[in-house]
Design a protein around this ligand. Structure first.
Ligand code: SAM
Length: 241
């Protein structure tokens, strides 16, 4: 059964005004998490993959939506995992279920962050049994970036996830349009067919949004980079199954 007890904010759109309000509301907590993440990134086991703005958006969305179960597909060494776990810790509720072919994240995620809120599943996510996705209140996808993997989750995973669930997909907008035959191209086509709007802070796709958020983050004292990447290619949307 899907989790029906989760508070979902009433949203007209996942847009820049909504995101600005999130930054203003959670600026102080975010500053603390950014400082903690700098320390995590300094450990030999960690390697950053998400860029700062998309990582912060992930944190902020989880704060606002307060999911009881976040599902993460693709951990690598756990950089996104630690951003998600910080948000659940700050919410004082919620668990994270993560899936990856490799288990490097288990050694890289600080135990005090994982304790009591993280379950890691090693193996091909396509072979996991049960209705694990149907229980998700927030779905984070950053795994294989080819079209066939995207076609798998668009056909088999997303239809089982409850309506209204926030979903994010990484590595879509390194350019204004995703390259043909990639995950990003498949996801955009799928969203277009269903008329589902998306949000991105990728400068290649949404330069105005990126500029506004950069200015806001500087005003809020969040301008100093945690990690050097600047593409922020992640795409965010709300499912409307
Ligand atoms: C780009 S990395 C994830 C980066 C991570 N989200 C971060 O922020 O550091 C992609 C990961 O997806 C995993 N992956 C690829 N195909 C997969 C599959 N079929 N099932 C589970 N994990 C998969 C890879 O092993 C790899 O660790």
């Amino acid at each position: 059964m899907p989790n029906l007890g989760v508070m979902r904010p009433v949203l007209e759109a996942l847009d820049i005004e909504f995101i600005i309000e999130l930054y203003r509301t959670y600026a102080e907590d975010l500053a603390n998490v950014r400082a903690a993440q700098r320390k995590v990134l300094g450990t030999p086991e960690m390697e950053a993959k998400l860029d700062d703005v998309e990582a912060e958006l992930t944190y902020l969305m989880i704060r606002r939506f307060r999911p009881e179960l976040v599902t993460e597909v693709g951990t690598f060494r756990g950089w996104s995992t630690t951003w998600i776990l910080h948000a659940l810790r700050d919410n004082r509720t919620g668990r994270l279920a993560s899936y990856d072919l490799i288990d490097n994240a288990v050694r890289a995620v600080p135990p005090e962050l994982a304790e009591g809120r993280w379950d890691f599943h090693c193996g091909d996510v396509r072979k996991q049994c049960g209705d694990w996705a149907a229980k998700s209140d927030y779905l984070f996808i950053d795994a294989a970036h080819n079209a066939s993997f995207a076609r798998w989750y668009l056909a088999h995973l997303l239809p089982t996830v409850p309506a209204g669930t926030p979903v994010s997909v990484h590595d879509v907008f390194h350019h204004r349009r995703p390259l043909p035959f990639t995950e990003g191209a498949e996801v955009l086509r799928w969203l277009n067919r269903r008329d589902i709007p998306f949000f991105t802070a990728a400068p290649a796709r949404a330069p105005d949004v990126h500029q506004r958020l950069t200015a806001l983050r500087t005003r809020l004292g969040l301008g100093e980079p945690v990690h050097t990447g600047t593409d922020n290619p992640m795409l965010f949307f709300l499912l409307n199954n």
